[in-house]
Ligand binder design. Structure first.
Ligand code: 1CP
Length: 355
């Protein structure tokens, strides 16, 4: 192990003392840290160049390419954290689920999971299934210096939605049909996915990730009572499985205004908020003892520089009383975003919040 490579949960001092990890731990920060969901990706010309001709899933399995793509937004924008370049369906592919990521569509599952017999296809994930992840994170932690690396995984509900629907879905009708129609099979499905997700996060932390984010992108489709009964136990299992490492755990979803309190209960250290709820109100819903992450509408970046600054100032004002704040968008960077608008936004947040 090199001097810069961190044993699980104990990053090197410069990383441990970074503004991003301090904000996650609700400690005083030199400036509000910034990173963007989907900061690596199609908004960057240098990304489009290195990805040329290489299918998405294959690119996730090439450690040198993953390292380069993960570093690109750190170099260009000066963000306070890197997010590992991968996808939420990578661990499912790694255990043999027949899926692909289709350009312009997203993950597509050849044979959706709909019956109890299908559950057997979801075997446990072992580190040997994803050696390319361990290798890439080893390369990255050496290259990143003091910049923290965020590992991530899909939350059980959002993964289940792709597996049951067979691909992206607007209404999640098959997923909900299973959840309401066969609660026991649903619980077993989410429990299996929680195990796979926890194992995938552990691999990333053991390899040197110094924070993790659980993406429950589509869980905002549920009412609170259904979330509490049918989803919260599985997400809590994931957070508990990695609690012992001491790395910050971030929990993110879209359209989750009514779920923020329950998402806090699931056990994360930081709760991500989309643009629909102001951060001061989100803090009341989440309750004490958590940092918040968010929450600029990604579409605002298509507006004028003045409009971006005004909306950003409103967010910083709403965040003034928080225990900890990580600035981010309310969802991922849209592919046609002007990358210079992102660089300017990082600078603006840093200068506005310098202490
Ligand atoms: O060819 C391409 O460039 C494909 C586009 C793409 C990219 C760049 C996909 C397909 N995945 C990714 C990378 C990715 N996926 C990252 C990279 C790290 C970074 O943030 O910079 C991350 C964090 C993800 C996670 C992910 N994948 C989520 C959760 C985040 C979110 O946006 O809500 C979800 C829902 C997915 C599924 C997925 N993968 C790809 C697409 C287009 C989608 C969404 C499809 C849909 O609308 O359902």
């Amino acid at each position: 192990m090199s001097a810069n490579q961190s044993p699980a949960g104990k990053p090197p001092t410069a990383t441990y003392e970074s503004a991003f990890l301090k904000a996650c731990r609700r400690e005083a920060v030199p400036h509000t840290p910034v990173w963007f969901m989907r900061q690596a990706g199609r908004s960057l010309p240098e990304y489009r160049k290195v990805r040329e001709g290489i299918p998405m899933l294959e690119s996730c399995m090439r450690p040198e390419l993953v390292t380069e793509i993960t570093l690109q937004p750190v170099r260009r924008h000066g963000v306070d954290a890197a997010i590992f370049f991968s996808d939420i369906v990578v661990p499912l592919k790694a255990i043999g689920i027949d899926l692909d990521i289709k350009p312009g569509i997203g993950p597509v599952v050849e044979n959706p999971i709909r019956s109890r017999a299908d559950l057997a296809r979801l075997r446990d994930l072992t580190p040997e299934d994803v050696t390319y992840v361990t290798e890439a994170i080893g390369l990255l932690t050496r290259e990143l210096g003091g910049t923290p690396l965020i590992g991530f995984a899909g939350a059980p509900f959002t993964l289940a939605s792709y597996l049951v629907e067979g691909g992206p879905s607007r209404n999640h009708e098959h997923t909900k049909a299973l959840m309401y129609g066969d609660p026991q099979m649903w619980a077993d499905l989410l429990d299996r996915l929680a195990g796979i997700t926890a194992a995938f996060l552990k691999v990333q932390i053991e390899a040197g990730a110094s924070a993790v984010q659980l993406f429950d992108s589509w869980v905002g489709a549920l009412a609170p009572a259904d979330y509490r009964r049918s989803v919260l136990p599985a997400s809590r299992k994931v957070f508990e499985a990695v609690a012992g490492y001491g790395v910050p755990r971030i929990h993110f979803g879209v359209g989750t205004g009514e779920l923020l309190g329950l998402m806090g209960e699931a056990g994360a250290d930081v709760v991500g908020v989309d643009w629909r709820v102001p951060l001061d109100e989100a803090a009341r819903r989440v309750g004490p003892g958590k940092a918040l992450q968010g929450n600029l509408d990604p579409a605002v970046l298509f507006s004028s520089r003045e409009a971006v600054e005004t909306k950003t100032r409103e967010i910083l004002d709403a965040a003034a009383g928080l225990e900890g704040h990580v600035f981010n968008l309310g969802h991922g960077v849209l592919p046609s975003t002007d990358p210079d608008a992102l660089t300017r936004l990082v600078e603006y947040v840093h200068t506005q919040t310098a202490r």
